[in-house]
Ligand binder design. Sequence first.
Ligand SMILES: Nc1nc2c(ncn2[C@@H]2O[C@H](COP(=O)(O)OP(=O)(O)OP(=O)(O)O)[C@@H](O)[C@H]2O)c(=O)[nH]1
Ligand SMILES: [Mg+2]
Length: 301
Amino acid sequence: MASIIEKWKSSLGKTRSQAFGRITTLLGGSEISHETWEELEATLIQADMGHRTANSITSSLKRITEFDGITTQEAFNLALAKELKGRLLDSPYRLPDESPVVILVVGVNGSGKTTSIAKLGAYFQNQGKKVMFAAADTFRAAAVDQLKEWGKRLSIPVISGQEDADPGAVVFDAVTAANNKEMDVLLVDTAGRLHTRFNLMEELKKIYRVCDKAQPGSPHSVFLVLDATTGQNAFQQAKIFKEAVRVDGIILAKLDTSAKGGMAFAIQDELNLPIYFTGLGEAVQDFSEFDTDKFIQGIID
Ligand SMILES: Nc1nc2c(ncn2[C@@H]2O[C@H](COP(=O)(O)OP(=O)(O)OP(=O)(O)O)[C@@H](O)[C@H]2O)c(=O)[nH]1
Ligand SMILES: [Mg+2]
């Protein structure tokens, strides 16, 4: 099995080669000029960093380069790595002291919710926790089957309802079952919903309220899954999910298929949300706590 550092590196290969890698050869022996900064900013924007963040990083690097008298690419790369690292916060997820901890997982269609739930299930199991899944995506029979399949593979019990059942009712049953069975963690899978669909967002609010009714104070955590290949589009989604329900942190899925890893900076800068976990592939083990050092190493080598 590839080491986790190699996994991060290979997962960030696209972001590195199509975006940040170019910055590390930006000077190419020539002197730093006005064009250097324009090119740097353009490259950062292309990496889906967002205009504001890209502009701020460029200005800051310009200042540092001038102040320190940096002329070589090597020194420039070090300054770049330091600047980028300073823009990311290490904010690991800590399970709250509740039992069970109810975690609601939300996001738009196909962002990677169900897969991330399977990965989280294995992650918490590895910490010796008793995990249960709730299949509150009742729109599609296939969605329930998908979660049940993961449950079977990981030996994690799954609470589900009939197709078209009220997702609130499924969540109520699941929270009750998790309490009765003395589970440590209940992971609630929800249906993918476009943030622009009013009714579906109302339904999500209801699921949230039902959790609190079944176990006051829950859900204890709400994770929003963002697909790293969607880049800047993810921000509008995130803003609307944040308005509908409380969002505590992000799971950045599909970093391995994305060249837009720069969005990690904008998530923290513009959304002010921690990135707790990241998806580095389709398999259960292709998952990691978001590690800023490995991330920076992966994008600029
Ligand atoms: N390469 C890669 N693929 C992923 C990752 N996470 C999820 N996927 C794939 O993305 C597709 C959609 O994942 P799901 O977990 O079903 O997404 P979802 O958000 O539950 O989808 P809906 O329930 O339809 O809204 C599947 O083919 C997954 O295998 C990841 O980190 N990397
Ligand atoms: Mg799903």
